[in-house]
Design a protein around this ligand. Structure first.
Ligand code: NI
Length: 136
């Protein structure tokens, strides 16, 4: 099996706050990330595909087409947005790194050949990332 990863970046803001929790509970769970002003991150998104290279081209996927897919379906939806605003891709989820990874997986999985999407990894900072492999 061959794995191929494309990395793209976007910048966005968010506020971590759950309507299911009281103000005090939000403060306790999310700390300063719950402050009403929100805050921003420079995110990195790494999307890994898997499969066998096409014998005719030696490629798993045309990287230019893959980059265009990520730009059109993900980056254009998330870059320079407030992720706490209603964004169709997020389906009302709290915009944590975990939920971004899940939402981006759901967005891409049916736009790629079946079985090709291996992992969606979202870096919120240089020390935190969450990944979705579509399992479970
Ligand atoms: Ni944050």
């Amino acid at each position: 099996m061959i794995y191929l990863t494309k990395r793209v970046e976007f910048s966005a803001g968010h506020r971590l706050y759950s309507e299911r929790l009281s103000a005090e509970e939000n403060e306790r769970v999310f700390g300063k990330c719950a402050r009403p002003s929100g805050h921003g991150h420079n995110y990195a998104l790494e999307v890994t595909l898997c499969g066998q290279p096409d014998p005719a081209t030696g490629m798993l996927i045309n990287l230019a087409e893959f980059k265009a897919l990520l730009e059109q379906r993900v980056i254009s939806e998330l870059d320079h947005r407030n992720l706490s605003d209603p964004i169709p891709m997020l389906r009302g989820r709290i915009p944590t790194t975990e939920n971004l990874a899940l939402s981006i997986w759901e967005t891409l999985v049916d736009k790629l050949p079946a079985g090709r999407l291996y992992e969606v990894k979202v870096w919120e900072t240089q020390s935190n990332w969450a990944a979705c492999r579509g399992e479970g």
